[in-house]
Design a protein around this ligand. Structure first.
Ligand SMILES: [Zn+2]
Ligand SMILES: [Zn+2]
Length: 379
């Protein structure tokens, strides 16, 4: 009888560790001890098995509960010892998922069906950022883009084997990619440590890619940025991600737009806002003022007595709506431009104005509070 393994200790986590903490600890250790990284190292291989077992139990809420309580397959045997490892129904396909994620093999689907042949795997998605001007975000643009990615190795056509040779069936697992230890109740299946679950091994690696089947490269594209994108918009370029494996489809490329700020136009959702300063006389008497639009200029009529912060909307004059119909609006926000210095003549004019425009605009602040007079303000 095996003694009860301490799965928490194996993963280096607390008994109260969250599912996330367990996953993190497992990934870190699996990466460290994976057979691909430690070829021929028996100790690492054993450790990898332990880690896999611990993860198998602790990542499954039901198994973890039984393990914690020492019930189910974890119940103590007749001799008082621990009754083996329990019935490990190791799900090789989900293991493939985890491993392929660990080693950057791509996000889509497992690498194989249970006990079957390795199946095609979709390439990873890529993401890159482009900086565009505000004008380009409104009218659209073609932007040159360089994307680091990998491409199928031309020397070996992606097999990873030296030209003239080919990958051979893994002698350890006979191509199954998984390995089963023990029998019946106590059997444990896990990815073959020799071939890492691929079912094949490369005896004579390709001199160009050293067995990877792919080489790093930089691809250049001209990307069409559609009119109406905003800060953080994601444009999907199907099939421009990492190439797939074993004939799988390539991933996608996502281009995230960074829109440089315009000194004039501020984006607000579907609309843009423009601050329009008015002189004091313009605000008082009204005026016709020229304002910028996204494609030229327009004259706006400012009503007499326009106050600071008044907004005028021009419907449908804003940026195009991305993926939708029509355009947003332009909001013109009037501000009153107050000179910080006055010359002698201006001072005299203000003096005159103050004689005729002499109401107290703050009177309403005190209406009904019993503090309407300045003398009572300190009560
Ligand atoms: Zn194998
Ligand atoms: Zn190659």
């Amino acid at each position: 009888m095996a003694s009860r393994p301490d799965h928490y200790r194996t993963l280096g986590v607390d008994k109260k560790a969250s599912a996330d903490e367990i996953k993190k600890a497992y990934r870190k250790l699996a990466r460290q001890y994976h057979p691909d990284r430690n070829p021929g190292d028996k100790a690492a291989e054993a450790k990898f098995k332990e880690i896999s077992q611990a993860h198998d139990v602790l990542s499954d809420p039901e198994k973890r509960k039984q393990y914690d309580q020492g019930t189910g397959p974890f119940a103590a045997g007749p001799g008082g010892g621990f009754g083996g490892f329990g019935n490990f129904d190791f799900d090789a396909s989900s293991m493939g998922d985890i491993l392929s994620n660990l080693f950057g093999g791509g996000g889509g689907g497992g690498t194989r069906t249970r006990g079957g042949q390795p199946r095609p795997e979709r390439g990873q998605d890529l993401e890159t950022e482009v900086s565009i001007t505000f004008d380009q975000s409104v009218s659209g643009a073609q932007i040159p883009l360089s994307v680091p990615t990998s491409t199928t190795c031309n020397t070996c056509n992606g097999t990873g084997a030296r030209p003239g040779t080919s990958p051979t069936v893994c002698p350890r697992c006979q191509g199954r990619g998984i390995e089963t230890e023990g029998q019946g109740m106590f059997s444990i299946s896990q990815p073959c440590p020799r071939c890492g679950g691929s079912g094949t091994i490369i005896e004579d690696p390709c001199p160009t890619c050293h067995g990877a089947g792919a080489v790093r490269t930089v691809k250049r594209y001209r990307v069409n940025i559609p009119a109406g994108v905003r800060e953080g918009s994601r444009i999907r370029l199907p099939g421009k991600g990492e190439p797939g494996r074993r004939g799988g489809p390539p991933g996608d490329l996502y281009v995230v737009t960074h829109v440089m700020a315009s000194p004039v136009f501020k984006r607000k959702g579907d609309n843009v806002e423009v601050e329009v300063p008015l002189s004091i006389p313009e605000a008082l008497r009204g005026a016709e003022v020229e304002v910028p639009t996204l494609n030229g200029r327009k004259t706006l009529r400012v009503k007499p007595g326009t106050s600071h912060g008044t907004v005028r909307r021009l419907r449908g004059e804003g940026p195009p709506r991305l993926g939708g119909s029509g355009r947003g609006d332009i909001h013109y926000r009037f501000t009153i431009d107050v000179p910080s210095k006055l010359d002698k003549e201006q001072k005299a004019a203000v003096e005159n104005l103050s004689k005729v425009l002499n109401g107290n605009p703050r009177a309403r602040l005190f209406a009904g509070t019993g503090a309407a007079s300045a003398e009572g303000g300190n009560e």
